[in-house]
Design a binder for this molecule. Structure first.
Ligand SMILES: NC(=O)c1ccc[n+]([C@@H]2O[C@H](COP(=O)([O-])OP(=O)(O)OC[C@H]3O[C@@H](n4cnc5c(N)ncnc54)[C@H](O)[C@@H]3O)[C@@H](O)[C@H]2O)c1
Ligand SMILES: O=C(O)[C@@H]1CCCCN1
Length: 312
């Protein structure tokens, strides 16, 4: 008889998921994905269904990684929260399967996985694309993703200054109280961005929050929000002037309003840069447009499950 699934709550997942193990696994799987051998890494573009009554969407993100025999799917609900900020903007559940039988081995809360793997992939892109001398980091948006991005970026790189700015001063100050470490809170996004070498956009805005004329030439932008074809975080000037990198070309062509509506051309997938088949143009202004991939959740879920299992 098939084993019964275990449920791993968010705090258990958080305890077993470390960036140190996650980052090399993500680099490996992003490279494999971009080699394009479809039988090795299977990941269809996620299907996304609207939840009309609540200004939300439900995304289904299946993935199979053949050589590691990982079969997984994440279900993620995400919302545009205009008014009630007490409601969460993202909820996620990850199912890890036994690929041979098809039964579910583990049901995991998917929030910590989503926060860490997204920040880790942005850090991988930054390692490849940010200016060699990067002194100033600027984070626009002060929610959950801002926290995980702050954590990993300040751990991996050393900045002379970290700036944050959100839609309201209150959310930026709440963020500053929540994370450990120095930062300057700005009330103007334009002032926060001025002179920054590395800019992370992690907002739930559907209108541009970052404008090309503010961005220092040669800077790197990791753009994490705007995951719908009619949502924007970046304006046309930035999209036109920068070299555009993505996690998946296929996903970007279907889901990224910044790419679709600006008509910008995608230069490369981050996996192609990791594989050495496309260059990292560090000296140019670069944008990494992140949308999130099921394979990223799959490698994270397997790490968590294996560690949990060996702790039993
Ligand atoms: N690319 C990926 O893999 C991936 C993964 C998870 C989440 N996301 C997306 O990342 C974004 C952030 O997610 P989160 O969980 O941190 O959300 P969150 O709701 O916790 O935080 C969003 C933050 O954006 C701020 N904000 C909204 N409009 C703004 C504006 N115009 N200027 C500055 N700040 C503004 C809000 O005040 C809030 O601090 C969402 O769009 C989410 O869908 C992407
Ligand atoms: O890949 C993800 O997990 C996210 C969830 C929210 C919307 C965008 N993509």
């Amino acid at each position: 008889m098939a084993e019964q699934p275990v449920f791993l709550s968010d705090d258990v997942v958080a305890r077993f998921l470390s960036y140190d193990e996650l980052i090399p696994k993500l680099e490996e799987v992003l490279g494999q994905f971009s080699r394009g051998v479809s039988s090795e890494v299977v990941q269809p573009v996620r299907s996304v269904m609207p939840i009309h009554n609540h200004h939300g969407y439900l995304g289904l993100m299946p993935a199979y990684i053949a050589h590691e025999d990982i079969l997984c799917t994440k279900m993620v609900a995400f919302y545009r929260r205009e008014g009630n900020l007490n409601l969460p903007s993202t909820q996620a559940t990850v199912l890890l399967f036994n690929p041979e039988y098809g039964n579910v081995r583990a049901v995991m809360d998917g929030l910590d996985i989503t926060h860490k793997r997204t920040a880790a992939v942005s850090a991988i892109s930054a390692k490849l694309l940010m200016p060699a001398q990067s002194d100033v980091l600027c984070i626009l948006g002060c929610g959950h993703q801002a926290v995980s991005h702050y954590e990993i970026f300040t751990r991996l790189f050393s900045f002379k200054e970290v700036r944050v700015c959100s839609r309201t001063l209150e959310t930026a100050e709440r963020f500053a109280a929540r994370v450990q470490g120095p930062m300057k809170v700005f009330t103007s996004a334009e002032e926060a961005v001025h002179g920054a070498d590395l800019i992370i956009t992690v907002t739930n805005s559907s209108e541009p929050v970052l404008f090309g004329e503010w961005v220092k030439p040669g800077a790197h932008v990791a753009a994490v929000g705007a995951c719908r074809p009619d949502w924007r975080e970046l304006d046309d000037v930035l999209m036109r002037d920068a070299v555009i990198y993505v996690d998946t070309r296929e996903g970007a062509a279907v889901e990224s309003g910044d790419i679709i509506l600006s008509g910008a051309e995608v230069f490369a997938e981050v996996g192609e840069v990791l594989n050495g088949t496309r260059p990292a143009l560090r000296n140019k202004t670069t944008v990494f447009k992140s949308l999130g991939m099921g394979i990223q959740d799959a490698v994270a879920a397997k790490l968590v499950f294996d560690k949990w299992k060996s702790s039993q």
